[in-house]
Design a protein around this ligand. Sequence first.
Ligand SMILES: *Cc1c(COP(=O)(O)O)cnc(C)c1O
Length: 289
Amino acid sequence: MELFDPATPIQPLIDPVFESAGIHVFIKREDLNHPHISGNKWWKLKYNLEAALAQEHHTLLTFGGAYSNHIYATAAAANASGLQSIGVVRGEEVLPLNPTLTFAVQAGMKLHYVSRDDYRHKTESNFITELEARFGRFYLVPEGGSNELGVAGVASFADSLSTDFDYLCCPVGTGATLAGLIRGWKGTGLVLGFPVLKGGDSWTSEVESFHPQHDNWKLFSDYHLGGYAKTTPALDHFMRRFESHSGVPLEHVYSGKMFYAIYVLAAKGYFKRGSTVLAIHTGGLRPKN
Ligand SMILES: *Cc1c(COP(=O)(O)O)cnc(C)c1O
């Protein structure tokens, strides 16, 4: 399935902070892998789409909040693969629809709203049975695309990355992307994850639940900056400066926080001198039109 061009660039990030830390930082532009299914969501959907088609499904059903990158990506991926899609959205319908849901509907996704209470039961079999009674047979993609096939898709991406880097970095939501990098990367360096939600060390067990199979990784759970989708004046300032210096667009939920953390760690001298760092831009940006 040729939905995108996997040959995304790796660019150096030149900055006085990195120079004085004596390190070389690069960015892997997975934000450019597809205009709509961008970044890690493409990797997490890849084998799920293949499985859905192999099992002769006509419909994908998935879950997310009203601003979910995963809802957006799944709508686009289903559309591009000739599948129907259903998005089970947390909370009540708000009109007019926000840009995420407007895009999803335009891509043919049917939206089904459930209360926050009901949404908590979304992985239980009763809840799924009710959805089947309502919508018929579907291929279920869990929230965030974070299942075994999602991790395997990220691992296949990670396998293509050079083993020369000393550190790989990614932001952490559910932890599936980090688990896939740990599992698939053949390098001997460290894989660093930056959780964007509050939750301290609970992320360790989240990541371990995906059986990453190696112990060459570390979480930095102090860079959520107040919690999911929260921002601070320092982060806003950092992102403006970063974007104008590098020309690389960020968003404040994931990539902004990861790069902010990398800068702070570099300034503190965390990375060993002479080392190379590859930060994965996991996407999440939307075309402006
Ligand atoms: C969803 C998302 C993540 C989080 O990935 P997980 O596999 O859930 O940890 C990171 N970056 C972007 C841009 C995302 O949309």
